[in-house]
Design a protein around this ligand. Structure first.
Ligand SMILES: [Cu+2]
Length: 649
């Protein structure tokens, strides 16, 4: 094993009460201090639980002005006996409560799912006589074999649902200790649970289908067969160590610098991403803050499970389920890790070791040419800096990867793996699911992510152009019909900037500096290249489209506002709809030559394949940001040839 871990974080740094930088993640000591402030203010009387607890980032102007920003934490508190929900902000600097707002669930929605909701739901469902009878009718009397999956309820206008804090529960059979429960769904029956009343208020029992029997336990040699013996080792060695440096949460690599953050809701956050001309030269900001602050996974079966659509970030909090990564398994090579500190339901800090993985990778050819006239034969290797983490939300696992390349390219890639959500297959041709094992179905669904890209291309004054390509018809200026052009449309107001991708036109969006130009007098810019996959397929009039408004367009551009952080709104769980991006653009602000935020929707529409079962090979999605006239020429001419293998230039 040649992999090595560079310990980037020491115990002192994670426990200190005064972090080095206002954008550093909240520390364990800070969470405890904030908790004490809330307790002293009487906000934590039992049974109040923390549905979210994290850093309330200082406003951008304060951070840019200097280090004296007020350090604040935000907590979503739920009283599990009354359902009362409070959105609290405390100042650690002033040691007081800044604000405490009580939510109205009918208009604000509900707080996210609590850790303790999972065992509570299991107990509530298994005690319910109607649900037990539904299980008994299907032959299940030993409920210790049943696993319950609490699924966020959505909002469908059903009377009384809007006053309840609720989930809907599906059941799976795990007959043996190591069986894969997802292989054995008990379909047709769901329990609707009121988490405050702690009871099942409705059981839907609509049809019976046999519980699929084939084992999905891919750890079992009887299922997977013996391990193949034909793979020779691949070892990554960097005898002189990696080329990056990590100082606390500040990361430097080649021309790039940035700060690394982590949040229980958003997961990995990147801050103050900048390009430095040559070594230690002029610093050029590109992105003030980059994150994936929402994702929704809507399912496409209109019958019994029409309500199945989870907002993994706003409803479950993806960052809370961050994996602790294993050197040599999850990350290969010369790795630096950062720990992540999140909290449990009672606001007590929990530090996940090796949560964020930082390393550099060879990425094939950077540029290459053999010149037919002057005989020059040159080849250079591309490299990228990788900042990533993995999270497990129920059956799925998601890896969030950010790549920074030598040539100024930035890429976000999400790796989707884990186990498909399953149902029983009704037989024959079923339009809404794929049979992946005998009698076992995987319903069609989408994974729609929202990237929030707070752009600062050469400063705060930015604007966005939509660029389409097309051919021109034959005419007097184009007699042979070969002309092709770009059509550039400036998006000047928020209402005009809710846009769809268009693969047939090669549509991209260019973020330009309205203050800095390159040597050709053109604005310094970065271009967003979307994948142009479908947006939300739910009907625009559907309850889901109202709640996932962000997912109805590939691009939104808003004027920067400190409190606009979540594309589906602050409180997503059971929200009636309309929050987030559709509300943000209602004032239709000017976005031309000002501080703007890009919001980009992307992700696959997943008609499962048999090959996705019983565990899914990684599927990928993402987007790329490329410098477009940000530099005056190829910025990698100074990259030397690889020392051992290539002829010197
Ligand atoms: Cu999927």
């Amino acid at each position: 094993m040649t992999d090595t871990a560079v310990r980037a974080d020491d115990a002192d740094r994670t426990s200190r009460e005064h972090p080095a930088h206002p954008l550093d993640p909240a520390t364990a000591a800070e969470y405890l201090a904030g908790r004490n402030i809330m307790a002293a203010a009487g906000l934590l009387a039992d049974p109040v639980r923390f549905a979210y607890y994290g850093l309330e980032e200082a406003p951008k102007d304060e951070v840019l002005a200097g280090p004296a920003a007020d350090r604040r934490l935000r907590a979503f508190l739920v009283n599990t006996s009354t359902g009362d929900s409070t959105d609290v902000v405390v100042s650690l600097t002033r040691r007081d409560v800044v604000s405490a707002r009580t939510l109205d669930p009918r208009t604000d929605g509900q707080m996210p799912i609590l850790d303790s909701d999972f065992p509570a739901v299991d107990e509530i469902v298994k005690a319910d006589p109607d649900w037990r009878a539904a299980m008994a009718r299907r032959g299940y009397h030993d409920l210790s074999q049943i696993r319950t999956a609490p699924i966020t309820a959505g909002a469908f206008g059903v009377p009384d649902d809007d006053r309840r804090r609720m989930v809907r529960v599906l059941a799976f059979v795990q007959a043996r200790e190591h069986d894969l429960a997802w292989a054995h769904p008990v379909d047709g029956v769901a329990a609707y649970v009121d988490l405050v009343e702690k009871k099942v208020f409705k059981v839907t029992d609509e049809f019976e289908l046999p519980v699929p029997a084939e084992s999905g336990d891919y750890d079992d040699e009887a299922v997977r067969g013996p391990h193949r013996s034909t793979l020779k080792p691949i070892e990554i060695t960097q005898p002189e160590g990696p080329s990056f440096t990590l100082d606390g949460h500040a990361l430097r690599w080649q021309n790039w610098s940035m700060r690394i953050g982590f949040d229980a809701r958003e997961g990995l956050t990147l801050h103050q991403i900048a390009w430095h001309d040559h070594d230690g030269g002029h610093k050029r900001p590109v992105i003030y803050r980059a994150s994936i602050p929402e994702m929704v996974v809507p399912y496409g079966d209109p019958k019994f499970r029409y309500w199945q659509a989870y907002f993994d970030t706003g409803e479950y909090l993806v960052g809370k389920f961050v994996n602790s990564l294993e050197l040599g398994c999850d990350c290969l090579g010369e790795i630096a890790y950062l720990d992540a500190t999140v909290t449990d339901d009672s606001g007590q800090p929990r530090t996940v070791p090796n949560a964020i993985c930082i390393h550099e990778e060879d990425f094939g050819i950077l540029w290459k040419h053999t010149d037919i006239f002057n005989g020059s034969a040159q080849s250079r290797r591309q490299r990228r800096l990788v900042v990533s983490y993995f999270t497990t939300v129920g059956n799925y696992d998601y890896g969030f990867y950010w790549y920074f390349y030598l040539d100024g390219t930035i890429e976000c890639e999400i790796k989707l793996t884990g186990v498909l959500f399953t149902s029983a297959h009704p037989g024959g041709d079923h339009p809404y699911s794929t049979e992946v094992a005998p009698g076992l179905a995987a319903p069609v669904h989408q994974h729609l992510f929202s990237a929030r890209l707070d752009m600062t291309v050469d400063g705060l004054a930015n604007a966005v152009e939509e660029v389409d390509v097309s051919g021109l018809p034959i005419g007097p200026d184009n007699p042979y019909g070969n002309a092709m052009v770009q059509t550039v449309t400036r998006l000047t107001r928020e209402s005009q900037a809710a846009r769809r991708a268009d693969g047939a036109r090669g549509r991209t969006w260019r973020v330009i500096s309205t203050e800095h130009a390159n040597r050709f007098g053109r604005p310094a810019s970065y271009t967003l290249y979307p994948e142009s996959a479908p947006v939300l397929l739910a009907d625009p009039a559907s309850p889901l489209a109202a709640r996932a408004g962000f997912a109805t367009h590939h691009l939104w551009v808003t004027k920067y506002e400190t409190d606009q952080r979540y594309p589906a709104g602050d409180f997503v769980n059971q929200h009636p709809g309309g929050a987030g991006l559709p509300a943000f653009i209602a004032a239709d602000k000017d976005i031309d030559g000002t501080d703007i935020v890009l919001w980009h929707t992307f992700g696959p529409t997943h008609f499962p394949r048999p090959e996705d079962w019983p565990v899914m090979p990684v599927a990928r999605c993402g987007f790329v940001l490329k410098p477009t006239g940000f530099f005056d020429r190829n910025p990698t001419l100074d990259v030397p040839p690889s020392p051992h293998h290539c002829p010197p230039s």
